[in-house]
Design a protein around this ligand. Structure first.
Ligand SMILES: *[C@@H]1O[C@H](CO)[C@@H](O)[C@H](O)[C@H]1NC(C)=O
Ligand SMILES: *[C@@H]1O[C@H](CO)[C@@H](O)[C@H](O)[C@H]1NC(C)=O
Ligand SMILES: *[C@@H]1O[C@H](CO)[C@@H](O)[C@H](O)[C@H]1NC(C)=O
Ligand SMILES: *[C@@H]1O[C@H](CO)[C@@H](O)[C@H](O)[C@H]1NC(C)=O
Ligand SMILES: *[C@@H]1O[C@H](CO)[C@@H](O)[C@H](O)[C@H]1NC(C)=O
Ligand SMILES: *[C@@H]1O[C@H](CO)[C@@H](O)[C@H](O)[C@H]1NC(C)=O
Ligand SMILES: [Zn+2]
Length: 493
């Protein structure tokens, strides 16, 4: 998909022979200068364009491996490549196995089963063995599972860890059953395999089915299963663009994710984040920068933050230390929004980040209080989006959001309007997550918040703690460990 010249013209970019005229100015970027260039019209236009990428594709979404997602990746890449003197652009390829279909019979009866992302295709036929204690530790598994199909409940750790243990004990297949009632869900192993032999064919089944087989086994019955899965191997891409100008050893890194879930076009989640970044990347070219600005659009966030994790793993220590701060943006235009800042200083939720995370939160608070003059709240700094792998690598992080499936409180209604007792985004992960259901008033406030922090850190890192090697260390605090055992966290895995 080629970037239309009209789209660039609409945001004030002069294009000659398909390449933008640049440099477009040498003035050092300012918050106000960059914010002024971020316009609702340009955001809205791109929201409709992303939606078209979804609806023009057979799957009607922008999930990884789909035509809609590839069109999104191509569009973003080609747009930043229009500024070859301003940005170095590259796509980081990432091979993935995407589940396509699965069939299961147990004791001769058909059982509803879901294909599982990242698991390989194949067939397994054999006795089912129930694994106790959720299978998050090696000790949960019998020493020899040769020829067996392991039955494991979802929860506490990502399914990839469970399947890797089962595989290492010789299991030829795995059935993961849900830990909540209801239909099948879009399962993913949520962990990038260390090697090709990490995983065996895996199917996702309901809680009722899984518990039924487990109790049959517990009462001495025999359970035999035939599982067949098909998967396709795809290559998906992270997109990274970095200014040629500015100190390349001190980088402000701003990011969002380019993929959607399968249920809909994903325009708020998280088209709104990636579009905001793209618009800021276009407008930043009007200015010079003191510190390099790196933009990233991660792939496969919805499968378990895979793109961001893959990227962080590809960096050596020297490269990690160049990133002074990572800012992550998702859900920028929720219809029943609240302006939320990640609680980087732990003042509201106790979970803190590496040195610099508190200062990033303060910078967003300054923007909402003193520039946009709107209220804001805080959300837990729990690492459940693409900034998580950066926190784990000891890189300071921050970000803002407008709310997902959570319910707006009465207090938040008084602060932001909208409706109390209703989700921030009723269309979260649904087919109604479309361009027409976005809140554009919220979006422009949020997009300018990103512009503010990008410009501020492109000028100077003086407001952050000094850079030193001891500051770059993995977040290993006891609180995060405690948190990972909490009911809230477990219900999200
Ligand atoms: C599952 O069964 C259906 C219907 O029998 C068949 O069309 C499909 O190819 C099977 N899929 C797999 C993965 O075996
Ligand atoms: C279960 O299978 C084993 C081995 O195939 C067999 O010895 C045993 O009788 C079976 N038990 C039941 C309850 O069918
Ligand atoms: C770290 O990675 C960069 C980029 O790949 C490379 O240029 C550099 O030599 C590496 N440094 C070390 C110490 O390995
Ligand atoms: C934060 O920690 C304190 C002390 O451990 C505890 O009393 C408080 O409930 C915690 N707050 C939250 C929001 O978890
Ligand atoms: C901020 O919230 C308070 C209620 O807590 C409300 O009275 C006030 O109008 C809000 N301010 C803005 C600018 O919305
Ligand atoms: C390095 O950073 C840490 C955390 O910000 C700080 O406590 C420490 O004093 C710094 N060390 C040096 C040598 O600057
Ligand atoms: Zn805070």
């Amino acid at each position: 998909m080629k970037v239309s010249v009209a789209t660039l013209a609409a945001v004030g970019v002069t294009v000659v022979n398909g390449v933008a005229i640049e440099p477009r100015g040498n003035k050092l970027v300012t918050s106000e200068g960059l914010r002024k260039l971020i316009k609702v019209k340009a955001l809205e236009e791109k929201a409709h364009l992303f939606e078209r990428f979804a609806y023009d594709s057979p799957d009607k979404n922008r999930v990884i491996g789909s035509e809609g997602h590839q069109a999104t990746i191509d569009y973003i890449t080609n747009t930043v490549k229009k500024f070859p003197k301003y940005y170095d652009v590259y796509q980081q390829p990432m091979p993935l196995s995407v589940g396509v279909s699965a069939n299961l019979t147990v004791n001769g009866e058909d059982v509803a089963v879901d294909a599982v992302g990242l698991a390989p295709g194949g067939s397994a036929s054999g006795p089912v063995v129930a694994i106790p204690n959720l299978g998050c530790e090696e000790a949960d598994f019998p020493d020899d599972l040769s020829g067996s199909i392991a039955l494991i409940a979802r929860g506490t750790c990502v399914s990839g860890e469970k399947v890797a243990f089962a595989t290492s004990k010789g299991a030829i297949g795995v059935l993961i059953y849900n830990n909540v009632e209801g239909d099948l869900l879009g399962y993913s192993l949520q962990r990038y395999p260390e090697s090709d032999s990490d995983y065996v064919p895996t199917g996702g089944i309901t809680q009722a089915a899984g518990e039924g087989f487990a109790s049959l086994l517990a009462s001495g019955g025999n359970v035999t299963a035939q599982l067949t899965t098909t998967a396709k191997d795809i290559t998906t891409y992270n997109i990274i663009a970095q200014t040629k100008g500015g100190d390349q050893d001190n980088v402000i890194h701003v990011s969002g994710h380019s993929d959607s879930v399968a249920q809909g076009p994903g325009i708020n989640d998280n088209g709104s984040g990636s579009i905001s970044l793209l618009e800021i990347a276009i407008q930043l070219t009007h200015f010079s920068v003191k510190n390099a600005v790196r933009f990233s659009w991660w792939t496969a966030e919805e499968e378990g933050l895979l793109g961001a994790e893959y990227y962080v793993k590809s960096l050596n220590q020297t490269e990690k230390e160049k990133i002074r701060l990572l800012l992550d943006f998702d859900m920028m235009a929720s219809p029943n929004y609240a302006f939320q800042i990640y609680d980087g200083d732990g003042s509201a939720f106790n979970l803190t980040g590496p040195a610099g995370s508190a200062e990033a939160e303060a910078e967003f608070a300054y923007y909402f209080d003193s520039i946009a003059k709107v209220n804001h709240t805080e959300i837990e700094f729990d690492g459940r989006s693409d900034y998580g792998p950066f926190l784990d690598a000891g890189i300071a992080a921050g970000g803002i959001a407008c709310g997902a499936e959570g319910i707006k409180t009465q207090e938040e209604f008084e602060m932001f309007g909208g409706a109390a007792g209703v989700p921030y985004d009723v269309n979260y992960h649904e087919d109604g997550d479309t361009a027409n259901n976005l809140n554009y008033d919220a979006w422009i406030v949020m997009a300018r918040a990103i512009a503010h922090s990008t410009a501020t850190y492109a000028r100077s890192f003086d407001s952050l703690p000094p850079k030193n090697s001891t500051a770059i260390k993995a977040r290993s605090d006891a609180k995060m460990f405690e948190y990972k055992k909490s009911a809230r966290y477990l219900s999200m895995i």
